[in-house]
Design a protein around this ligand. Structure first.
Ligand code: AR6
Length: 168
């Protein structure tokens, strides 16, 4: 099984085999963690992303990490939250599962995720944290995963959910 820990940091500084990007379906870069990753990886990332020709919501595609400490970047567009009845939970779970599959295929042992969909895409934090942490913990591969939270409210919710899950 994969192990997971919750940390508070800027994901662009983490030295792991793979970091995950909360991307958009065009893979054209944007704000939030996507913008931070593009700035830190350098302009070659934009060229590599454009060659991939987009990515459907819930799926995941890989580029090199370029100037990042991470070897590869796994790009996954999360669902845009509407009211929860548009398959948002299923699609968010698919982001984590497909990203972890790409990590295994690319011989990664260490992976760092941001909190997918809970920024601009508006997914409520607590249910998103429950999906993130339960999906990673149930994934059957020898991966060490970090959930990397930037802001205080996100970190607090992930820590609480992690404590609830590990107390069970
Ligand atoms: N390190 C770790 N987490 C971060 C960082 C960072 N450097 N910067 C932001 N976050 P968001 P989404 C957190 O909006 O909701 C983009 O424009 C942030 O605090 O980045 O999936 C894409 O191109 C929040 O907790 O992603 C898409 O169009 C989390 O990352 C769209 O936003 C996710 O927030 C995707 O929206």
């Amino acid at each position: 099984m994969a192990t997971v820990q919750v940390v508070q940091a800027d994901i662009t500084t983490i030295r792991v085999d793979a970091i995950v990007n909360a991307a958009n379906t065009g893979l054209v870069g944007g704000g939030g963690v996507d913008g931070a990753i593009h700035r830190a990886a350098g302009p070659q990332l934009d060229i590599a992303c454009r060659r991939l020709g987009g990515c459907p919501t819930g799926e995941a595609k890989v580029t090199p990490g370029f100037e990042l400490p991470a070897r590869i970047i796994i790009h996954t567009p999360g669902p845009i939250w509407r009211d929860g009845s548009f398959e948002e939970p299923k699609l968010l779970r698919a982001c984590y599962v497909n990203s972890l599959k790409r990590a295994v295929e690319n011989h990664c042992q260490t992976v760092a995720f941001p909190s997918i969909s809970t920024g601009v895409y508006g997914y409520p934090l607590k249910p998103a944290a429950e999906i993130a942490l339960t999906t990673i913990r149930a994934f059957d591969a020898p991966l060490d995963v970090q959930m990397v939270c930037l802001d205080d409210p996100t970190y607090a919710v992930y820590r609480d959910v992690f404590a609830e899950l590990t107390a069970k």
